[in-house]
Structures are given as structure tokens and as C-alpha cells.
Ligand binder design. Structure first.
Ligand code: NAD
Length: 310
């Protein structure tokens, strides 16, 4: 008998989780407050699985039919959670809604199930700490599209039982994702803090007329991004010297001097934003975005396949 996962919310992310869990032979029950949304989701999941199989990209050891057979519709939240070891909440990104859904989950949860939210940026303490089962509540924030980007940020609230953190991390690892644990909750978690640090520094450089928007994108896509697809910035540093110790001995002064040179936090409006909007809209007109997104996804898929082979 497969272990069961409950999915609450059948949108983009709920569907992705369902596919990832089914690929690893978990049975999955999807609940949505709009019941018909689950029917639509099931049709879409089947189409996505067929498409993945036809391109040789299907995850897991079982075929599409077997994976799809593991995914079912739950008509009530109780049915969704019944005998599940883990529930992954995937409702809209709205604090009041998350509070409401977690209160509902709390009222029917067993003392063993993990109550995990997919929230992108709402701190767990804002919706998980006034619960009877708060020690079982946690965040597991995926990156879109989770089928090809394995990172999941796992963020406990301050009452989460350390065993639940371990269990959540282990479960995401079992399904082939790459969980990282954010030990204490922080605004933006970690992924967005890193992204926003890059966005804000490059914004300042563009606003100060140091470089064009296009050339910034080249610095990342044809420079650091190539290395970062395989190793993070600290391993890069370790390898770029005779180890980390020597790296700091050699570069700490210049690193610190450059960091002191960073300007104030941008408001992301005014001159810099005007330059960015003008350049980006000229480079990729809005009507071309769907085509460009398709181009991006194809490359992402190819890169994720390559990484698996290396
Ligand atoms: P979505 O808009 O595609 O789907 C949300 C679904 O939740 C809808 O089907 C809706 O009917 C359902 N829903 C609303 N209220 C509900 C309730 N009370 N009970 C059950 N179902 C309910 O949303 P999404 O893009 O899948 O995002 C879901 C969560 O995942 C959000 O917290 C979001 O921040 C997070 N997330 C999204 C992305 C992304 O790129 N879309 C990436 C990472 C994390």
C-alpha cells in the first residue's frame, strides 16, 4: 500500500506536487474548495504526464497510467487528510486565507500528519502558531516549475518539532527534490533574499549608468550562471583559491571595500525603473513573452536533464 499525501488547492503548484508525489509512488488525494477545479486539474495532469512521457521526461519508475491511477479527487478536506502522512497546502497566496485553511486543517488533523504550506513569502508564524498542531506545521516552498527545479525551502515555525523538520526534509528528498532548511524564519526566506540582493545591486548599476540591462543579463547568463548551475557561490570561492582560508586572506579586503560601496536600497521606481522598462520592452515585446517563456522552459528542461547525466 502506498503512503498517502493530501494536496489542498488544485492550481499550478498543487498539480505539480501531485505529479511529483505520484512519480515516487505515493497515493495523492487532491481537495479544492471549488470541486470542479480538481476535475480540470486531473485532466491537465493526465495531459502533462502524457506530454512528459512522449518527450522522455517522465519522472519515476512507473508509467503514466500507474502514476495517474495514484491521484484521486477528495470531496472534502476530511477525506483529503484521512490516513495521509503529509498534507501540502497550495491555496492562493493570501494571509487571511492561509489562516483560515490552517485552522480548518488543525481541526481535523491527526497528531502525526505534517501540515505543510507552499507559501512563497508568508512567514509561518503569521498563520501557524495559534494552532493545536503547531508543532506539526511547517512551510515547504517550491520553485516553479517544481518538476524541473528541485529546490524546496523548508521553513519551520518557532514551535515546529525538529522531528517534523527531519520528516519533511526526508520526504522531499525521497521524491527527488532538493530541500534546504531555513533554520529560523526570515522575510523573503533565503532564495528571494539572494535574488533581491542581485536585483537591487544591478538596479543601482543600471540607474548609475555603469552598464546596460542587456549586459547585466549577459554577466549572469553567460558568466556566473554557468557555474552556479552546478555549484553555489561558496564552493566557487573555495575552488577559486587554494581553499576558503586562502580565499579570505586574498580577497577579504577588496570584498569588504566593494560591499561598502553598495548604495542605498532602491525604491524600484523613477529613473532606474524607466530605463529597465524601456530596454526590456524593446528587447522582448510583451506580445512575444509566451514564445520566450516556451524557449526558457525548453532550456530549463534540457539543463535539468543534462545535470542528471553528469
Ligand atoms: P493557483 O491560483 O494556481 O491555485 C490556487 C488554488 O487554490 C485554486 O484552485 C483555488 O480554487 C484553491 N483554493 C482557494 N481557496 C481554497 C480553500 N479554502 N481550500 C481549498 N482550495 C482552495 O495558485 P498557485 O500558483 O498554485 O499557488 C499556490 C501556493 O503556492 C501559493 O501560496 C503560492 O505563493 C505558492 N507558490 C507558487 C508558485 C508559482 O510560481 N505559482 C511558486 C512557489 C510557491
Amino acid at each position: 500500500m502506498s503512503q498517502k499525501i493530501g494536496i489542498v488547492g488544485s492550481g499550478l503548484i498543487g498539480r505539480s506536487w501531485a505529479m511529483l508525489f505520484a512519480a515516487s509512488e505515493f497515493s495523492v488525494a487532491i481537495y479544492d474548495v471549488i470541486h470542479e477545479n480538481v476535475d480540470t486539474a486531473l485532466v491537465d495532469i493526465q495531459a502533462q504526464l502524457n506530454n512528459l512521457e512522449s518527450k522522455g521526461l517522465l519522472r519515476g519508475k512507473i508509467n503514466v497510467k500507474q502514476q495517474f491511477a495514484l491521484i484521486s479527487k477528495a470531496n472534502t478536506l476530511e477525506e483529503c487528510l484521512q490516513n495521509a502522512i503529509h498534507v501540502q497546502e497550495c491555496v492562493f497566496e493570501d494571509l487571511e486565507l492561509k489562516k483560515k485553511v490552517f485552522r480548518e486543517l488543525d481541526s481535523i488533523a491527526s497528531d502525526d500528519i505534517v501540515l505543510c504550506s507552499s507559501t512563497s513569502c508568508i512567514l509561518p508564524s503569521l498563520f501557524q502558531v495559534d494552532l493545536k498542531h503547531r508543532a506539526q506545521a511547517i512551510v515547504g516552498h517550491p520553485v516553479n516549475p517544481p518538476y524541473f527545479i528541485p529546490l524546496v525551502e523548508v521553513i519551520p515555525n518557532k514551535h515546529t518539532d525538529p522531528e517534523i523538520v527531519k520528516r519533511t526534509r526526508a520526504l522531499f528528498t525521497t521524491i527527488g527534490q532538493k530541500p534546504v532548511v531555513i533554520k529560523k524564519e526570515i522575510n523573503g526566506f533565503v532564495g528571494n533574499r539572494i535574488q533581491f540582493a542581485i536585483l537591487s545591486e544591478t538596479y543601482r548599476l543600471i540607474e548609475d549608468d555603469v552598464i546596460s540591462v542587456e549586459d547585466v543579463d549577459t554577466v549572469m547568463a553567460d558568466g556566473f550562471g554557468l557555474r552556479w548551475a552546478f555549484m553555489g557561490p561558496w564552493e566557487t570561492a573555495h575552488l577559486n583559491a587554494t581553499g576558503m582560508k586562502e580565499y579570505f586572506e586574498k580577497y577579504r579586503k577588496s570584498m569588504s571595500s566593494v560591499c561598502h560601496d553598495f548604495g542605498p536600497v532602491p525604491t524600484f521606481e523613477g529613473k532606474g525603473a524607466d530605463i529597465m522598462v524601456k530596454e526590456m520592452h524593446k528587447r522582448i515585446p510583451v506580445e512575444d513573452l509566451p514564445e520566450r517563456r516556451k524557449w526558457r522552459d525548453e532550456r530549463l528542461i534540457a539543463l535539468s536533464q543534462l545535470k542528471k547525466k553528469l
